[in-house]
Design a protein around this ligand. Sequence first.
Ligand SMILES: Nc1ncnc2c1ncn2[C@@H]1O[C@H](COP(=O)(O)OP(=O)(O)OP(=O)(O)O)[C@@H](O)[C@H]1O
Ligand SMILES: [Mg+2]
Length: 242
Amino acid sequence: MNAIEYKNIRMAYGDRVIIEDFSLAIPQGEFITIIGSSGCGKTTLLKMVNGLVEPTGGEVYVGGENVSRADITKLRRSIGYAIQGSVLFPHMTVEKNIAYVPNLLNKRDKQRTAEAVRKWMGIVRLDDSLRKRYPDQLSGGQQQRVGIARSLAASPDLLLMDEPFGAVDEITRASLQDEIARIHRETGITILFVTHDINEALRLGTRMLVMDRGAALQYDTPEAIRKQPANQFVQALLRRAL
Ligand SMILES: Nc1ncnc2c1ncn2[C@@H]1O[C@H](COP(=O)(O)OP(=O)(O)OP(=O)(O)O)[C@@H](O)[C@H]1O
Ligand SMILES: [Mg+2]
C-alpha cells in the first residue's frame, strides 16, 4: 500500500503556477528525502499531506484516503510534523509541548504520557532539567529538538520533516540523523524529509526525490541516483556530495 500518493497535482498562487502536473507514489515505510532549489515547491508538497495547503488541481491520498475528503483534525493527529524554526506553544512548558498530542489521544493515562515525554526528551538529547522551561527560555537548537520530540511523541505512522535539523550544530545534527535513522528502522514509520544538504539526503533516504521548479527530476534510491544522475541539475547537486 502507498502511504502517500500525489495524483496530477497542480498548484497556483493567483496566476503564478508553481506546480504543473506532479504525480508520485510513496510506499509505506520509506524514508524519502526531498532536495531541490529554493522555492521549487517542497514545503508546499509536504503541507498538502496534512491539509495545510490545498492543491488547485489533482488529489493527494494519505493511507488511501483522499485528503480533501478526510477529517482534517483526525488526519493531523496521526501525522507528525516537524519544521525549521520554532512552532512550539509559547505558553506551554517543554513537557506540556511534547505531551500535547499524547494527551489528546490518551487523556486518562497520565503515567503513559509522562513516560513518552521522558523517552523522547532522551532520544533528542534534551536534558531533563529543561522540562519546566518555556520555549523562550531555550536556545534555537533546543527549541528545534523539542519540536522534533513533539512530532514523534504521538507515535505517528507518518512523519513530515521540513529542514528539521537546520538550526543545530554539526555534532547534534549528526546524532539527530543517527536517531531518526534508528527510529525509522525500528518503527517502520514513513518519513518525508526536506533538506538542503545533499549529504544528509543521500545518507538518510531509502529513496530521494530531486526537484526543480515544481517538477520531480529524479526519484530513486541514493545509490541509483549516484550511479546514474538523470540530468545536469542532479549531477551538479552530486558534486557537492562527500
Ligand atoms: N501562500 C503563498 N502565496 C503565494 N506564493 C506562495 C505561497 N506559499 C508559497 N508560495 C510560493 O510558492 C513557491 C514554492 O514555495 P515552497 O515554500 O513550497 O518552496 P520550497 O521548495 O519549500 O523552498 P525553500 O527551499 O526555500 O523552503 C515559491 O515560489 C513561493 O514563493
Ligand atoms: Mg521550504
